[in-house]
Design a protein around this ligand. Sequence first.
Ligand code: FMN
Length: 245
Amino acid sequence: MKKWRCTVCNYVHEGDTPPDKCPICGVGPDKFVLIEETEAVAPVKEKKWRCTVCNYIHVGDTPPDVCPVCGVGPEKFVLVEEVEDGLTDKEREALQTLLFNVSYGLYIISSVRDEKLNGMVSNTFIQVTSTPLKASVCLGKGTLTSEYVRESGVFGVSILGKDNHDLIKHFGYQSGRDVDKFKDLSYITGKTGCPGLLETLCFVECEVEQTIDLGTHYMFIGKVVDGDGFSKDEPMTYAYYHATR
Ligand SMILES: Cc1cc2nc3c(=O)[nH]c(=O)nc-3n(C[C@H](O)[C@H](O)[C@H](O)COP(=O)(O)O)c2cc1C
């Protein structure tokens, strides 16, 4: 039996062809890739490589020449460290399936370094306390934005509305190492120097108070220091984005 992996959420489907729709994240058959025989037979021994632009996982001794999802080259792949969590791949997959029930919003996290601006899409921004106002976000170590946040100690958050699909493509599927993402976009510059996108619902700014090393990601916890509102449309959710993109 062939196995097909969803490149968006990593769900594995068994059958001769990929499913019409991923039962977890809702994407179509074009987002599924055939799992190589080697991966199915010896999953633990194979190296895994993660695309730092779109998070696609490639299994093999070396990264692929071209990412089959977003098209970037091998230099954008990082080796995924073996996880020491005491779970088998199957157990981890089953628990991950439960965690797909968690709801998320979508945000552009921005920062600044030497007057250069950058930003990326994240679903991990969340308010953590209200007095004082604090929030956190988890950014992959390979992202340019996480480098900027570590060096500047500040990050901005543009909260996306239901019509902001274009911004998700622009900020989530390419890196600021290759393009100037803020060129040609309208934004305000906040008191921290971070840019806030005017096409979004609103913008808040944070000063980092704690940085926690999570292995693959940094978690930044910051004090909310300023903000501005631009629109009263409905906020974008991760589930809505996947259903409508
Ligand atoms: C819907 C969506 C959600 C994402 N959420 C996160 C996230 O929470 N953390 C993260 O590190 N990357 C996330 N990404 C991937 C980054 O946005 C992507 O790697 C980006 O190209 C990094 O850009 P940079 O290198 O310019 O910082 C997400 C991408 C998409 C499309």
